[in-house]
Design a protein around this ligand. Structure first.
Ligand code: LMR
Length: 433
């Protein structure tokens, strides 16, 4: 009691001695600002910073192929018809109550079917601990925090390259990161042997971050046969696969086919984790709606894991937002709306595939001596062009074309109207290399 009293009086003394509690006169205002004078501006985000620069450019020719966000052939953001219809159904009927800490159970259940299969026994057996998450970033971050809390000594193996935010997520969760080979710059394809070696040499029971499909930023995915080998080796080594599936539907145009890698791992009996997002495949970017799931040994374990994931969410954001979750559950649980969604995903994926062909053809027509085959070989939203940072900077300063420094082109920003302009600019900056 005495110790408590002493501590409390120390705190009182510190508070009352501190200037934030003293009456402020104008001359003291400057002193107060020194609370944060050691804070320097954060470096620009390598992806979202590109959008900021693009928005600040007043050129009528400007093009944004930076952020991975779908655009129609007029370069405009798209709201899917299935989303408009779901919105119309909600209008006026939505109360503003809290969701539970784990979010909408209905939405989560429908979302799990996309990853684990419509008639998955694992869902029926309640072996999957799953919560609604703040899109893919939120799902990855929740998992990283969970990993740190319940496997505190573990590390995460991350492919090189990867989506830049993966590094931030596991860094802020204080999980140390190891890198594994993924991309082969010379072939502009998969470094399969490098990847297999790294999986083999990692200590037994390591955590591996895998992109389920449409790898960001490279657009390079393992083939089905390669996934089978990866799964087998990871099983032998007892590694934990964590799949980030931000682009389900964008690789092949069919969400079911894009879940192939996860299904292979499930067949091989892995216990695994999945991050799902509806930002891209339903165009719900700003709704921040996604799902984190962890497949457990049994129902009991899944229940414990789920309650612990909720416990991590509670002090961060309490419970997730309701609007996007309702849209998703309405669309996925109505067969007509789900069919409409599947058609719309395919339209988006096909437009991107068409733009890959157009960009490559335009470059070849210009007589570029470089090979642009990889533009059509890579899949998903991105083309990892192989352009250097200097070339990217020239594209921006001379042609007002904005993309990430690593030469990643968001094919979703390429249209029939700007493809020739982009090809010309790329040819100009690469022709002497
Ligand atoms: C991207 O890679 O461009 C997207 O996933 C957007 C983001 O948040 O980085």
């Amino acid at each position: 009691m005495a110790a408590l009293r002493a501590a409390s009086s120390n705190i009182t003394r510190r508070i009352s001695g501190s200037s934030i509690y003293s009456k402020t006169r104008p001359s003291e205002a400057r002193w107060m600002s020194s609370w944060w004078n050691h804070v320097t501006p954060a470096p620009k985000d390598p992806i979202l910073g590109v959008t900021e620069a693009f928005l600040a450019d007043s050129s009528p020719n400007k093009v944004n192929v930076g952020v991975g966000a779908y655009r129609d052939d007029n370069g405009k953001p798209v709201v899917l018809d299935c989303v408009r219809e779901a919105e119309a159904r909600i209008a006026g009927n939505l109360n503003m109550e809290y969701l539970p800490m784990g979010g909408s159970n209905h939405m989560v259940e429908e979302t799990l079917k996309l990853a684990y299969g419509d008639s998955s026994e694992l869902i029926k057996d309640k072996r999957i601990a799953a919560v609604q998450a703040l899109s893919g970033t939120g799902a990855c971050r929740l998992f990283a925090d969970f990993q740190k809390r319940y496997k505190p000594e573990s590390e995460i193996y991350i492919p090189i390259p990867t989506w830049s935010n993966h590094h931030n997520i596991w860094r802020d969760a204080q999980v140390s990161q190891k890198l594994y080979h993924y991309y082969h710059p010379e072939s502009r394809g998969l470094d399969f042997s490098g990847m297999m070696n790294d999986i083999k040499n990692a200590p037994k029971g390591s955590f591996f971050l895998l992109h389920a499909c449409a790898h960001n930023p490279t657009g390079v995915d393992p083939t089905e046969e390669e996934w089978k080998e990866i799964s087998q080796l990871m099983k032998e080594k007892g590694h934990f696969p964590f799949f980030d599936m931000a682009y389900q539907g964008f690789a092949s145009g069919d969400p079911e086919r894009d879940a192939k890698a996860i299904r292979i791992f499930l067949q091989d009996g892995h216990l695994l984790g999945v991050s799902q997002s509806f930002a891209k495949n339903m165009g719900l970017y700003g709704q921040r709606v996604g799902c984190l799931s962890v497949l457990c040994e049994n129902e009991q374990e899944a229940l414990s894991v789920k309650t612990r994931m909720q416990q991590i969410a509670r002090p961060m954001y309490s419970n997730p937002p309701v609007h996007g979750a309702l849209l998703v559950s309405i669309i996925l649980s109505d067969p007509n709306l789900k069919n409409l969604w599947l058609k719309e995903v395919k339209v988006m994926a096909d437009r991107i595939i068409g733009m890959r062909t157009a960009l490559r053809e335009n470059l070849e027509k210009l007589g570029s001596s470089l090979s642009w085959e990889h533009i059509t070989k890579q899949i998903g939203m991105f083309c990892y062009s192989g352009m250097t940072k200097d070339q990217v900077h020239r594209l921006t300063s001379e042609f007002h074309i904005y993309m990430t420094d690593n030469g990643r082109i968001s094919m979703a920003g390429v249209t029939t109207k700007n493809v020739e302009y982009i090809a010309n600019a790329i040819h100009e900056v690469t022709k002497s290399s």
